[in-house]
Design a protein around this ligand. Structure first.
Ligand code: F6P
Length: 550
């Protein structure tokens, strides 16, 4: 049965009427009429406290959003995901990253196979290998222990590993050096290995498909570098491991499949940091820390699976994102971690959210007549406050912001942490309530400043608070965003698990690259702009200076 298009759903129509009647109400009014709002509109689960009271919603808004989520089949689709159904319809695949963190002995079935056992087999192999590397038992070709780990991957095979490494740096072995190479720009690889000793370096080639151009190009350069440094082809066996679903391609590349850690087609790249793709994370924090992170993911999965919508953190966060996008017209969402260790979280979330919900058709292939996934972006606070927050406070676009902070710092030092966290609370306050003309006059501000200083407020924020950044907490935080994306995608009725939009560029680039490298002048049949750009590139690429056009 074809589902009712989103804007024709009863819940959506009610929300539209509700927005027309009350959508311009100010957060000042909401807080004035309910002294309990700040605690009432909050939810807490598995170590994360979510204050969503500074969103432009009333109880009625939340009730209607729940109705819309319900009518959109959120409960059924969530159950279908956990049941291993092929909810990724355009690729005809199950979506079962939740199985990656299911405890040993539990069961999740995909296409008739209970996959939890397989997951734990791989985890155990990864753990054994990681212990050998960390203890120095696994040595390089010349017998020296591994001191450097270089993860080569891109997209989900890079962003999760690098984000987790940075996030959990406090828990890492400081005598091991970790580098992450993703860009096909040679600078990335060259700079990553320039000060490394090949004899002490382990490369992890991380690629779900093992066909990704950037990763394979970097992997080939890594192999050439290693062989050149160590003077022996045979060295590859002790210095390369692979993480992939494609055993054949790994073997073709020349990596011993005994040193390969697999995963499955039901794990999307951007949902894979807790699969073998996280092998660098395991090397960095040790198997115990990795398992702890998986427990954090699982705890949030269980919360998402069982908690009523109003108490369900991912559902609430997802519904608010839809509300802000649909009714307040917010085109972007800012994510500002007030924790330096989470500096790569915004980049990670960009792929998670935008590759998932940046879609123009529904699951049935019908072009949507409403906006879908917003742009996600961000920077660690307080740095962002001293650059782009001006626009968030006084610009003409409403940008909802997630502010993420912790009660305790992993590096307590003087008053730093109180200063950091006072900014979290102050930003949420300033964005919500602003400052009025009357208040500015009462403060005795000079007349010429008044109009410029006015801040209308009424800008939505979520504050996410944890006690301390641990592997467990990180797992829960990432699962929270994963399931929030699921909630949004379900309401919009899109396939959050495919990514066809990235294909065309890849095809065109591989068609163009021979024309860039060829010694013979190519017969260019592209559009006039592409032809001119290629000609200009070719004319300049072999010249030493910048005198070509003079
Ligand atoms: O091009 C997009 C993409 O397919 C992502 O979805 C994925 O995370 C990334 O490329 C890397 O893919 P792979 O792990 O197969 O190398």
């Amino acid at each position: 049965m074809t589902p009712t298009p989103m804007r024709q759903r009863k819940g959506w129509k009610q929300l539209e009427a509700h927005y027309l009647a009350s959508g311009t109400r100010h957060l000042r009014e909401f807080f004035a009429e309910d002294p309990e709002r700040g605690t009432r509109l909050s939810a807490e689960a598995v170590g994360i406290y979510l204050d969503y009271s500074k969103n432009r919603v009333s109880d009625e808004t939340l009730r209607l959003l729940e109705e819309l989520a319900d009518e959109s089949g959120l409960g059924e689709r969530r159950n279908a995901m956990f049941a291993g159904e092929h909810i990724n319809v355009s690729e005809d695949r199950a979506v079962l990253h939740v199985a990656l963190r299911a405890p040993k002995g539990t069961s999740l079935v995909v296409d008739g196979v209970d996959v939890v056992g397989e997951v734990h087999e791989v985890l155990e192999r990864m753990s054994a290998f990681a212990e050998r590397v960390r203890s120095g038992e696994w040595t390089g070709h010349t017998g020296r222990p591994i001191r450097n780990v270089v993860n080569i991957g891109i997209g989900g095979s890079d962003l999760g590993p690098v984000m987790a490494y940075e996030a959990l740096r406090h828990y890492t072995r400081r005598d091991l050096t970790f580098r992450f190479v993703s860009n096909v720009d040679a600078t990335d690889f060259v700079e990553a290995v320039r000060d490394l000793e090949a004899a002490e370096t382990l490369f992890i080639i991380a690629s779900k498909t093992f066909t990704t151009l950037e990763t394979l190009t970097n992997a080939r350069s890594a192999r050439a570098w290693l062989v050149e440094q160590l003077g022996d082809e045979a060295a590859v066996a002790r210095h390369f491991v692979a993480v992939s679903t494609n055993e054949e391609k790994v073997s073709d590349f020349g990596i011993d499949t005994a040193n390969m850690f697999g995963f499955w087609d039901w794990v999307g790249g951007r949902y894979s940091m807790d699969s073998a793709i996280g092998f660098s994370t395991m090397l960095a924090i040790g198997p115990e820390g990795f398992y702890e992170m998986l427990e954090g993911f699982h705890a949030m999965d269980e919360h998402f699976r069982t908690a009523p919508f109003r108490e369900n953190l991912p559902v609430v966060l997802g519904m608010l994102t839809v509300w802000n996008r649909e009714f307040l017209g917010c085109e972007t969402v800012g994510v500002m971690p007030y924790d330096q260790y989470l500096k790569r979280l915004p980049a990670y979330l960009q792929q998670l959210t935008m590759e998932s919900n940046g879609k123009h058709v529904t699951l049935e292939g019908t072009v949507v007549d409403y906006p879908t996934g917003p742009v996600f972006w961000g920077e660690p606070g307080t740095n962002g406050q001293h650059s782009f927050f001006q626009l968030i406070h006084q610009g003409t676009s409403i940008i909802p912001v997630d502010l993420i902070g912790f009660a305790r710092s992993l590096n307590p030092l003087g008053e730093h942490h109180d200063l950091l966290m006072s900014n979290v609370f102050a930003q949420a306050q300033a964005l919500a309530f602003g400052v009025s003309e009357a208040e500015l006059r009462a403060q005795g501000r000079p007349e010429r400043e008044i109009a410029h200083r006015v801040m209308e407020g009424n800008r939505p924020t979520n504050v996410l608070l944890g006690e301390e950044l641990t592997p467990r907490l990180l797992g829960s935080l990432i699962a929270l965003y994963e399931h929030s994306v699921f909630t949004q995608g379900t309401i919009w009725g899109v396939d959050s698990y495919d990514q066809w939009g990235v294909e065309l560029g890849k095809v065109l680039a591989s068609a163009i690259s021979p024309a860039l490298g060829s010694d013979i002048e190519p017969d260019l049949q592209y559009d006039s702009s592409t032809n001119a750009l290629i000609r200009r590139y070719r004319a300049h690429k072999n010249k030493g200076g910048s005198d070509v056009d003079r």
